[in-house]
Design a protein around this ligand. Structure first.
Ligand code: FA5
Length: 338
């Protein structure tokens, strides 16, 4: 075995000395000194040798290893190469690997922005359940059983008496039931309607509701609040128009339009030839006395306004998104743009 070690040392030393470049030297290092090299295997097998032989062979093999390591270092210095990297070495000069980062969806960003605008006007946040009962979605909002306005929205019923809320106005009722006036809240949230899906309609979308109840609240307060909101959201130059509309839970009721961004008011495919350059953005009005009665507020003493806006429609207008279906499709090419 000693003879074999001598032969191995001679062969390996020659290979290191004759290496022409660092690639060849590295190959020789792996072959003669690497983990699977004959010398390493031999050192590992020492434990199986009889004791007297083990000492002699071990001493010889270790000397050979040291000699070969020196020979290798000399060859490396001659070729001007770097040592092979240790298993744990890290090259700290390499550029870091970028991990993909997610971010808030545009709808969530806008909901946060809307909350901030209304917080600035003293509104606090209220939330309510998406699965509602008849009273909170319809009855207490002045739409008793059989009221024709119930047909204005197609409702998803889960079972008799349990439905997916069709608007966030249900949260007004829940808040007024548990809180005495004054009330000044916004309620953002998801709503559901059994509607055919197209570029401006979805069966699932977001609304933000607003409600202010106090003594002597007037239509002028409602106008001022909505003007401030719409100018903060769309920009200070935004032109706003109020016109009469009908919702059973307000009297008088109003529709609020803004001047079409796309055509500047001339009339186009977005605002439609009949809208003459105006785009409807929300519904609003003074809270109907029957709503106050339903929640135990005295309509002789308390007055209030309410409004409700569709979030996707607001976002479509501000960001020029022509089809609201993209908000629900989770296509990262769209999501990453905002
Ligand atoms: C309502 O839901 C009333 N609750 C709003 C309200 C609150 C009026 C308080 C008065 C006082 P309306 O059905 O018009 O109203 O819906 C409000 C907004 O939701 C619409 O202006 C529109 O922006 C949006 N919207 C309605 N249907 C859809 C739909 N299918 N897909 C996307 N957005 C919709």
């Amino acid at each position: 075995m000693i003879r074999r070690i001598d032969a191995l040392e001679a062969e390996a030393a020659r290979a290191f000395d004759e290496a022409r470049d660092s690639g060849a030297l590295e190959q020789s290092r792996v072959r003669w000194l690497g983990r699977k090299s004959e010398l390493t295997q031999l050192l590992r097998g020492l434990k199986d040798l009889p004791a007297p032989e083990r000492a002699a062979v071990g001493a010889r093999a270790n000397r050979t290893r040291e000699a070969l390591e020196e020979r290798y270092e000399a060859a490396r210095a001659r070729l001007g190469g770097a040592s092979p990297p240790a298993a744990s070495a890290r090259d700290v000069t390499l550029p870091g690997r970028c991990l993909p980062r997610g971010h808030e969806h545009l709808i969530s960003q806008v909901l946060r922005e809307i909350r901030t605008i209304f917080h600035g006007m003293g509104f606090s946040l209220a939330e309510g359940p998406q699965v509602e009962d008849d009273r909170h979605n319809f009855g207490a909002l002045n739409m008793p059983e059989g009221h024709p306005a119930r047909a204005m929205t197609d409702t998803f019923y889960l079972k008799p008496g349990a439905l997916l809320r069709t608007h966030t106005s249900s949260v007004q009722i829940r808040v007024m039931e548990r809180q005495a006036p004054p009330v000044r809240i916004i309620c953002p949230g998801r709503v559901f309607r059994n509607e055919a899906v197209d570029a401006t309609h979805h069966f699932e979308f977001h609304q933000v509701e607003g409600l202010y109840v106090d003594e002597n609240v007037s239509l002028a307060d409602l106008k001022g609040t909505l003007e401030h909101f719409l100018k903060s959201f769309f920009g200070p130059e935004t032109e706003i128009r109020f016109s009469p509309s009908y919702f059973p839970f307000v009297e008088p009721g109003a529709q609020v339009d803004i001047r079409c961004f796309f055509c500047g008011g001339k009339g186009c495919a977005v605002c439609g030839p009949l809208s003459e350059g105006w785009l409807e953005v929300l519904g609003a009005g003074m809270v109907h006395p029957n709503v106050f009665r339903a929640v135990g507020y005295d309509p002789e003493r308390w007055t209030g306004y309410a409004f409700g806006a569709g979030i996707e429609r607001l976002v479509m207008l501000r960001h020029g998104v022509p089809d609201l279906r993209v908000f629900f499709e989770s296509d990262v090419r769209f999501v990453r743009q905002f």
